[in-house]
Design a protein around this ligand. Structure first.
Ligand code: PLP
Length: 402
């Protein structure tokens, strides 16, 4: 029999957050090794949990949750999402323009599948959250990466965005607050992106899954709140803010100039219907979760454990000669740079693999985030500060021994 090969659509698709390195780590664990997993933002694994008032909803609504919901989601869940959106200034929308999904992940793929024709281009940040690039590629589109400039605090380079727009460009993706860099964009940057989208007739896809996880004062601005006339898709969910990633709860809100999007909406409704609905027990707790039942505030406030963890990794990484990192002000990621003039590490994948083997620490190489140079890596700083302190010490030892 002829060898069975995977689809050629997967040829240029990468997802290294859970890739070969993680498989190696699982294998090492099976052989009895203890691995510190700093590769994936999985808060409950490090004792960050949602209040029971939220998860108790699953039992309370167990009868209702046994049936399929409508393809878009439960009315009660979508009403709660709409109230949340309005609270963030997203007003040019309504409940019919909100879809629930099995995590933001499913909605990223669905919204790309419903939109893209072969060769259509989507502008995606570099570094990115790699699912965006993968989803565009799988949908037959072309991911065109724009620079987020480390020298400017990892903010999107508006000139580069503008330069990369072509006749085939359909939209601009932003991830705000950002994974992997952990930065929260200021209003001026967001207004600049809105302006570009308006002038070129582009859709904005804004992944805001970290919008409630801020490590500095102020609130995260939703780019959709800055205009009524630009079509925006805003993605959010409970995986991170409510530490409920296993429940797979996400949503997307379409707002702005809705008149131009009727046909796109029809496509989205078709894809939502084809998967029948998203996980209903998950949807059943959205209302309770968005009604203020959130422990993240406690973790992220001044003196909270995530701030302490951020400060620990930030200070210890920057103290390693040849390593530098921009201070994250949101989420739980940091994206340090290796100065190859000082440390002779030229291959970030090999660096990550050697670190795993020698120090039993799992990280993701920067190139896994479609970053063009192999001189960065991402660390998830969810473990307690004392664990991180030991791990950063091990990373310092490892780097200085190269
Ligand atoms: N978007 C970003 C920027 C993420 O970092 C993640 C997960 O890490 C997701 C989307 C996927 O989230 P979900 O669990 O809702 O599928």
């Amino acid at each position: 029999m002829k060898k069975i090969e995977k689809s050629s659509r997967l040829k240029n698709v990468h997802y290294e957050v859970r890739g070969e390195l993680e498989r190696q780590a699982f294998e090492m664990e099976r052989l009895g090794e203890k691995i510190l997993k700093l590769n994936i933002g999985n808060p409950p694994c490090f004792g960050l949990l949602s209040p029971d008032t939220v998860t108790d909803q699953v039992a309370e609504q167990r009868y209702l949750s046994q049936a399929y919901s409508s393809p878009e989601g439960l009315d009660r869940a979508r009403d709660a999402i709409l109230r949340y959106d309005i609270g963030k200034g997203i007003t040019k929308t309504d409940v019919n323009h909100i879809f629930t999904g099995n995590g933001v992940s499913e909605l990223i793929s669905m919204t790309m599948d419903a939109l893209l024709n072969a060769g259509d281009e989507v502008l995606i940040p570099s570094p990115d959250y790699p699912l965006w690039t993968a989803a565009v590629t799988m949908s037959g589109g072309k991911a065109v990466h724009y620079i987020c400039d480390e020298e400017s605090g990892w903010y999107p380079d508006l000139n580069d965005i503008e330069k990369k727009i072509s006749a085939k460009t359909r939209g601009i993706v932003i991830i705000n607050p950002n994974n992997p860099t952990g930065v929260n964009y200021p209003v001026e940057i967001l207004s600049g992106i809105t302006d570009i989208a308006r002038r070129h007739g582009l859709i904005i896809f804004s992944d805001e899954i970290y919008d409630r996880l801020l490590l500095s004062e102020g609130t995260g601005t939703s780019i959709a709140s800055l205009s009524d006339d630009v079509l925006c898709l805003t993605y959010n969910g409970l995986s991170k803010s409510h530490m409920l990633c296993g429940y797979r709860i996400g949503w997307v809100t379409i707002s702005g100039n809705l008149d131009m999007a009727d046909d796109y909406m029809e496509g989205l409704e078709m894809l939502a219907s084809m998967r029948l609905c998203s996980n209903v027990p998950g949807q059943s707790l959205i209302d309770a979760a968005l009604s203020g039942n959130m422990r993240a505030e406690e973790y992220f406030k001044e003196g909270g454990r995530v701030r302490l963890q951020r400060d620990t990794v930030y200070e210890m990484l920057n103290a390693i000669p040849g390593v530098s990192a921009v201070k994250p002000d949101a989420a739980f990621y940091i994206f340090p740079k290796i100065d190859t003039g000082i440390i002779p590490i030229y291959d970030d994948r090999k660096f990550a693999l050697d670190l795993l083997k020698e120090k039993k620490i799992l990280i993701v190489p920067g190139s896994g985030f479609n970053y063009p140079r192999p001189d960065h890596f991402r660390i998830v700083y969810l473990p307690p500060a004392d664990v991180l302190k030991t791990a950063m010490g091990d990373i310092a030892d490892f780097i200085s021994s190269r």
